[in-house]
Design a protein around this ligand. Structure first.
Ligand code: C5J
Length: 220
């Protein structure tokens, strides 16, 4: 087994069974006028990690390891959007409404797209997910079985919502999971810090954390 220096202890992995999952690096979460901003959030914290996420993606591509991208989005007819999700909170525009970047979080709309700098390459798997977790109502589990993945590295946004939910889903399915600390972000720094601390507490109860440099050094 190879190792990545990590917290709370080294993360053991086999390169041939390791994949990167980049969660929801979409315009709707990172740009003014998108879903994240409509909820009253300052999106500048998210924009700041884009170069680090790019470096991580490029490191996996250079090492010949799979990169999987997810997008939180819904069908244009909203048939996969539970009213409980659409009606939640008090946003200035709701999921499915027309905003400055098209219909909010709807598949195919400009605001729903992954940022140009982090765009999937042809052949990379892109998972469109209606939930916060990427396993719910998607083919991700089958895709991971097909490529033989056992260890997963996570990046993307937001740490305590879609990243943590997906990581916990993966952990329960038997995957060993590591979050790249500086390639994930939250609108709330205290939530990010708490999520990372919870993940690695109690002897890596649901996973490990490491910096992007540590991950890249491990997979090089
Ligand atoms: C949220 C996400 N925060 N991708 N989505 O609604 O974390």
């Amino acid at each position: 087994m190879a190792e990545i220096e990590a917290q709370p202890f080294a993360f053991a992995f086999k390169p041939e069974t390791t994949a990167l999952i980049v969660i929801d690096m979409q315009r709707d979460f990172t740009e003014p006028g998108g879903f994240g901003a409509s909820l009253g959030n300052d999106v500048s914290r998210i924009t700041a990690i884009v170069p680090t996420v790019k470096r991580l993606i490029e490191g996996f591509r250079t090492a010949g390891l799979p990169v999987i991208h997810t997008m939180e989005c819904h069908r244009p007819d909203l048939s996969d959007l539970p009213p409980a999700k659409r009606d939640r909170g008090n946003p200035s525009i709701r999921i499915g409404d027309v905003g400055p970047m098209g219909r909010v979080l709807i598949a195919g709309e400009p605001g729903t797209a992954i940022l140009d700098e982090l765009a999937p390459l042809p052949g990379e798997t892109v998972i469109e997910k209606p939930g916060k977790g990427a396993f719910y109502a998607t083919g991700l589990g089958d895709d991971l079985k097909r490529i033989g993945a056992r260890q997963l590295v996570f990046a993307g946004v937001t740490t305590e919502v879609c990243v943590q939910t997906t990581m916990r889903e993966a952990n329960d399915r038997g995957y060993e999971c590591l979050v790249a600390e500086d390639a994930t972000e939250s609108y709330f720094p205290e939530f990010k810090a708490a999520a990372l601390a919870m993940i690695r507490a109690q002897g890596a109860i649901v996973g490990w954390t490491a910096t992007t440099d540590q991950v890249l050094e491990g997979i090089a």
